[in-house]
Design a protein around this ligand. Structure first.
Ligand code: NA7
Length: 536
């Protein structure tokens, strides 16, 4: 515990969170000569990659893309071992970055920021933590991540369960051995889809409780091809430039053809090629998959046929086939042996649409049809995405207005970076920015750079504060919404829409205009002397 004196701090900036965003923000602010402190709830750095240690946790963006670009020495020297990196390797990388750039001395671990209150007279933030820190800072930067606030399991009689239960987003650090156990996994999102094949291979019996099936593309993960690594490293600057200007923060092979305009055999061949290649690029097989229902249906039909070709039991195959929302409008999953796992004798799929969970029992759970005996339950039920971690902090801006109040009907931001009424508060990859629809590291670097440049500008121009104008914010919120509704995304009950959390406002939260387009917009705002902001 810090002593009273150590707890009372005056800093130029407080950064909340020590994941990829917090670390790079600290690096940038230090470079400007600012005093900055990072406060992090975990016992280590890494954010998402610190908490999500469930079996099979892996990034769905390829390793050569999913890494920092700010240091050429770092990107040249670091060697990824696989096409898609597993969680332990990514965590090792983040720790390497923290050491390599001597970041740890400004990071306070095991400390949760509980409130941030704006003092209008002083134009400063007072930030408090659960360990009694009382920090005065000119700037407060929320680097709290989009998928960090877990959705808590709210199943009736959970407390009566005599076995052990886990949440994929808060996995025990020592790991879990399911050998000989009867295990139930609730949920079939990305976390479940990655962990199910591994748990199935270990457990005696595995019951998968599915509410909504997901579309999952094979990863075809493999050791990183040394030739590919060599080519990328020889051209890393250009590779990164293309990523920054792309739609999603990494280069996906584009196809300007419509799925509806090509002959059926050409279409089938294209889908097959993308399936064989694996990964998130599947949803760009044609240019209208995410915009046109009929085009999307051709991809969904291809998917259904694939599932039927892998899963032997036709009833199970049918249950695993999504039918209620367009492909890609819930985040596409990337897997290793997911569908084939349902051919195992020890795996049973339970369709919760037909037989919902009634309650947890002391030795398992009960659906409307039967009791299941379980030694362990894995809740793979996701996150209060994009807004959860921000609203978990009691943030109060001008006039004492809370962020919770401001966002009561859904998040409102200017560029996903800043909010009217909350001067000198920044969000890295906040709602209204490309964030979760992009390679997060590309978006994180862009935001941290924009914020650092903005702070530098304020200081060199003798300004104390910057605040989004209400009009600019309203226009941006409208634009984010308009662009979102040009696509099929709003049709799904996804966490992009806040639909996975009971009572959360239903609104499409990320900006889908594209990483390159969005960056241009941010740069224009800067070039026009921070258009849409008030500087004081
Ligand atoms: P997701 O993608 O939100 O998946 C959560 C899953 O849990 C999903 O299948 C949900 O079904 C299911 N769920 C949630 N609540 C319940 C209840 N009460 N009962 C039964 N099933 C439930 O979270 P993940 O952790 O898998 O992945 C999050 C992101 O992390 C992922 O997109 C990647 O970007 C990385 P539903 O679809 O709501 O019917």
């Amino acid at each position: 515990m810090p002593t009273t004196d150590e707890k009372k701090l005056t800093l130029d900036a407080v950064i909340v969170g020590a994941g990829f965003a917090g670390l790079y923000m600290l690096y940038r602010l230090r470079g400007l000569g600012l005093s900055a402190g990072v406060f992090e709830a975990g016992k280590g750095v890494g954010g998402t990659w610190y908490w999500n240690r469930y079996p099979g946790a892996r990034c769905d963006v390829e390793s050569m893309d999913y890494s920092y670009s700010f240091s050429d020495e770092l990107q040249q020297e670091w060697r990824w071992t696989e096409r898609y990196s597993a969680q332990p390797e990514i965590l090792k990388y983040i720790n390497h970055v923290a050491d390599r750039f001597d970041l740890r001395r400004d990071i306070t671990l095991e400390t949760r920021v509980t409130s941030a209150v704006f003092d209008e007279a002083a134009s400063r933030w007072t930030v408090r933590t659960d360990r009694g820190h009382d920090i005065s800072a000119q700037f407060c930067i929320m680097a709290t991540g989009c998928l960090s606030s877990t959705q808590e399991p709210k199943f009736e009689r959970l407390e009566s369960f005599t076995g052990k239960w886990y949440h994929t987003g808060r996995w025990p650090h020592e790991g879990v051995d399911f050998t000989g156990q009867r295990v139930g996994v609730i949920g079939t999102g990305s976390s479940a889809i990655q962990s199910i094949p591994i748990i199935a291979a270990q457990a005696k019996r595995l019951f998968v409780f599915q509410r909504t099936p997901n579309y999952s593309v094979p990863a075809h993960n493999a050791p990183l091809d040394p030739e590919y690594e060599k080519i990328v490293k020889a051209n890393y600057a250009e590779f990164r430039r293309q990523a920054r200007e792309s739609r999603v923060g990494f280069v996906m092979e584009k196809n300007d053809a419509s799925a509806l305009e090509v002959a059926p055999d050409v279409r089938a061949r294209e889908y097959e090629t993308r399936w064989k290649r694996g990964g998130l690029g599947f949803s760009s097989t044609f240019n209208d998959i995410l915009f046109n229902q009929a085009a999307n249906q051709t991809a969904a039909d291809f998917f259904g046929a694939k599932i039927r070709s892998i899963v032997r039991d036709p009833v199970v195959a049918d249950t695993l086939t999504p039918k209620t929302y367009p492909l890609g409008t819930k985040r596409l999953c990337v897997d290793t042996n997911y569908y084939a796992t349902f051919n195992r004798d020890n795996v049973t799929l339970v369709d919760l649409r037909k037989t919902p969970i009634e309650r947890i029992t002391p030795d398992g759970l009960r659906t409307s049809k039967q009791d299941y005996q379980l030694d362990s339950i894995v809740f793979a039920i996701g996150f209060d995405a994009m807004t959860g971690a921000l609203l978990a902090v009691d943030i109060r801006g001008r006039g004492g207005r809370t962020l919770r109040d401001k966002w009561a009907e859904g998040p409102k931001t200017y560029l996903g970076l800043s909010m009217a009424g909350f001067p000198n508060l920044f969000t890295i990859t906040g709602p209204g920015s490309p964030s979760v629809l992009s390679n997060m590291i590309v978006s994180i670097e862009q935001h941290a750079d924009w914020i650092a440049d903005c702070i530098d500008y304020l200081r060199t121009n003798g300004r104390r504060s910057i605040e989004a104008m209400a009009d600019a914010e309203n226009e941006w919120v409208q634009h984010v919404n308009d662009v979102g509704h040009m696509t099929l995304y709003p049709q799904a009950n996804s966490w992009y829409m806040g639909a996975n959390i009971p009572g959360k406002p239903r609104i499409f939260m990320p900006y889908i205009g594209g990483v390159g387009v969005y960056r241009q917009r941010c740069d224009e705002v800067t070039a026009k002397g921070y258009e849409g902001f008030t500087l004081a």
